[in-house]
Design a protein around this ligand. Sequence first.
Ligand code: IMP
Length: 212
Amino acid sequence: MESENIPSAKSLAHELPKILLATRNRHKTREIQTMLGMGVIVTDATEQAHLPEVEETGFTFEANSKLKAEVISRHVSGIVLADDSGLEVDALGKEPGVYSARYAGAGCTDEANTALVLRKMKGFPHEVRAARFRCVLAVAENGETLAVFEGAVEGFLAHEVRGDGGFGYDPIFMPLGHDQTFGELSSEIKHTMSHRSRALEQFKEWWAARRK
Ligand code: IMP
């Protein structure tokens, strides 16, 4: 029973600020919730069936993140955050880039995408396996972008899938200074250096200033 003076966890949760993420990728939502901490509730489009599916027609991470944030923010009140992110491999002319989620074809699995990158990079020695993850976060309200933040993490591609942590291309990406992949490193270590956490740090500052 809820006492008069001690608020329940449920009533406290009602008072916490909420951020809607313009994504149906639960991995991203989980990472962003972990990185923002318990003082905010992160929800996503999987919980709101009326939100439209936004086709990523842009040719840059920035264009796609703005597009997602703007479209979704027309359907809800408050700010919407969108993440567009992906892997760039120098030897592949920065592919898969904005096509990271669908590199092996529409609706394909993370495993199929990862296998395709490894196949294209077969025989390439370590020195020419440079790659990076990039993330662009856009914040929008009422259909208009308010701010954009970018983060990147440099590294190299492994020669095979290693580790089962994280998602997407994590099991083939070794961040600079590590010989383990993001699939092998703990999520805590990934969050200290990832493209997403670097972009999110800037968002946090912006958001704190706005709420003052
Ligand atoms: P988006 O939903 O169009 O931004 O696609 C992002 C895609 O990039 C994901 O489906 C993953 O394949 C890849 N990606 C983005 N961030 C990460 C990450 O942190 N780890 C591994 N793969 C990622």
